[in-house]
Design a protein around this ligand. Structure first.
Ligand SMILES: O=C(O)C1=C[C@@H](OP(=O)(O)O)[C@@H](O)[C@H](O)C1
Ligand SMILES: C=C(OP(=O)(O)O)C(=O)O
Length: 444
């Protein structure tokens, strides 16, 4: 919960970024590997787990719920307790900065007959939890939190849960996943309908661990049916690299003159790849090399080269869920393109680790970029390649993606960009700084 002293960091203009950027494991899949391993019988061995603080906090939580979670050599090994077998934690569960961690855990524990109190850092304590506790109440769980449905919050799990049919009111994989994970320990069929498809890692991984999950496209949307009380069996998991982390070296290469960067082995699951599609529409020199299937999902090596002729685009709102965490860094690329980039249908950006539209707009405006915004949209007027003035210090509001986005901006700007706190980068991309330095970036 406590956050150490702020760690300011400055990115001055960079020379060409070149080389290979091996980004760490996918954060969404890493959380789910630990959680589903803990709900399985037997051993789950995970290679490539993201060792970011968000994921480490979920690992500590699974230990508090009774599972064994240990690092053996380079792998993480989980010995699970089986579906319905979680134990009552002896203390508050602190999820740090992680919305995914707390919301998925609330779901899992909501159909166990004990109470759990959750908290997190100042950012997480400001984020809305009613979106999860409302559907969990349908299973019979009761939540008692701060006003506005904020953490700290105690959720009293249902001792006699009933299955639920629920339509998610916003495009959120966290809400969908919380309901599905609660449904694991409810008898019968739990059904989640989402109007827009969101990342589908929970569905794919639940199936991989042995649950019966069916998905169907209907007139109402995307329907997911889970049969409750399955036996989940531990398995080996190789976590693919994170496309949301790949976004930073890719975007930096596109806007720093002379750059040519290879980001190998990135999953291009269509529920995650919207940024790359958008960048290509803008005219980015971004190619998919060696396209292949990895663990049943499309993957490729991404090659990004400096792209001085990118144009602003209108990003279709139905693409938002597939690139929701990438809008901050897209807005930096947009500021280096010609013309206006329009981003609509993105109200969810206002309830992430920070209000990401406000945070990016404030920093971009401070360096002279024209940004217009409304409740669920924003537009950035590009200054063209080499046009970003820089010369600002920006507030990152405990938000890793805001910090990394402005550091990327500094690499392409005429004068340095300083972020007031780079500490939160460790939540999702702990090797961001050495990785970017390896490509040629300098920090001060
Ligand atoms: O399910 C997940 O792993 C995630 C879902 C998204 O959040 P929402 O469900 O709030 O859109 C995303 O922003 C987050 O980084 C990870
Ligand atoms: C929104 C994010 O994470 P979370 O919701 O898990 O805190 C993110 O990583 O950009």
């Amino acid at each position: 919960m406590s956050h150490g002293p702020a760690q300011p960091l400055t990115a001055p203009a960079s020379g060409p970024l070149t080389g290979v950027a091996e980004v760490p494991g996918d954060k969404s899949i890493s959380h789910r590997s630990l959680i589903l391993g803990a709900l399985s019988e037997g051993e789950t061995r995970i290679s490539g787990l993201l060792e970011g603080q968000d994921v480490l906090d979920t690992g500590a939580a699974m230990r508090a719920f009774g599972a064994t979670v240990e690092k053996h050599g380079g792998d993480w090994v989980v010995h699970g307790v089986g579906v319905g077998g979680l134990l009552e934690p002896e203390d508050v569960i602190d999820c740090g900065n992680s919305g995914t961690g707390v919301r998925l855990l609330m779901g899992v524990a909501a159909t166990h007959g004990f109470a759990v109190t959750y908290t997190g850092d100042a950012s997480l304590r400001s984020r809305p939890m009613a979106r999860v506790t409302e559907p969990l109440a349908l299973f019979g769980a009761q939540a008692y939190g701060r006003s506005g449905g904020r953490l700290p919050m105690t959720v009293v799990g249902a001792s006699d849960p009933i299955p639920v049919a629920y339509t998610t009111p916003m495009a959120s994989a966290q809400v969908k996943s919380a309901v599905l994970l609660a449904g694991l320990n409810a008898p019968g069929e739990t059904v989640v309908t989402e109007r827009e498809a969101t990342r589908d890692h929970s569905e794919r991984m639940l199936r991989g661990f042995g649950a019966q999950v069916e998905t169907e496209r209907t007139a109402e949307g995307h329907v997911i049916r889970l049969q409750g009380r399955p036996t989940l069996r531990g398995r080996d998991i190789a976590v693919p690299r994170d496309p949301s982390s790949a976004a930073f070296p890719v975007c930096a290469a596109l806007i720093v003159p002379g750059s040519d960067v290879l980001v190998p082995n990135i999953g291009l699951n269509p529920t995650r790849a919207g940024l790359f599609e958008t960048l290509r529409e803008m005219g980015a020199d971004l190619t998919y090399e060696n396209p292949r299937e990895e663990g049943g999902e499309p993957a490729a090596d991404l090659r990004a080269r400096f792209s001085p002729d990118m144009k602003g685009v209108e990003v279709p709102p139905d693409r938002a869920a597939s690139m929701i965490d990438e809008y901050p860094v897209l807005s930096v690329v947009a500021a280096c393109a010609e013309g206006t980039t329009v981003m609509r249908g993105v109200a969810e950006l206002r309830v992430k680790e920070s209000d990401r539209i406000a945070a990016m707009a404030t920093g971009l405006r401070a360096m002279g970029v024209e940004v217009r915004d409304g409740p669920d949209w924003w537009e950035v007027d590009g200054l063209g390649a080499g046009g970003l003035p820089g010369g600002v210090t920006v507030a990152t509001h405990l938000d890793h993606r805001i910090a990394m986005s402005f550091l990327v901006a500094g690499m392409a700007a005429r004068r340095p960009v300083t972020v007031d706190d780079s500490g939160p980068i460790a939540t999702s991309f702990p090797i961001f700084r050495p990785l970017m330095e390896g490509l040629g970036a300098a920090f001060a």
